[in-house]
Design a protein around this ligand. Sequence first.
Ligand code: TYC
Length: 113
Amino acid sequence: MTLSPLMMSDKKDGRDGDASVLIETRTKTQRPPLYKVLLLNDDYTPMEFVVHVLERFFGLTHAQSFEIMLTVHKKGLAVVGVFSFEVAETKVAQVMDFARRHQHPLQCTMEKE
Ligand code: TYC
């Protein structure tokens, strides 16, 4: 910050005897919290359906989708992506609605990172 001429002292001795005190303020940048979207395994949802869901709602390639589907199948769950609260909520709702409409028990949830 620079001092404008108006803020400078008029005195000839060079001292700032008036109220020209500069207070530095620190702006802490707050990042919004992020949420993990998780896909859970079950015994009935077809593998191809899960791959299709990952391609359709998460913009993943077929290869990426197949890999994540296999991770869920083997480990029980996997993180599909990390998003803002609103985007994560929307993805979960889209997956759950799509699975229900196709009568598959697929579960998708979110949790704070
Ligand atoms: N376990 C399922 C099967 O053998 C496949 C599957 C994978 C289901 C991932 C859900 O999130 C899931 N057909």
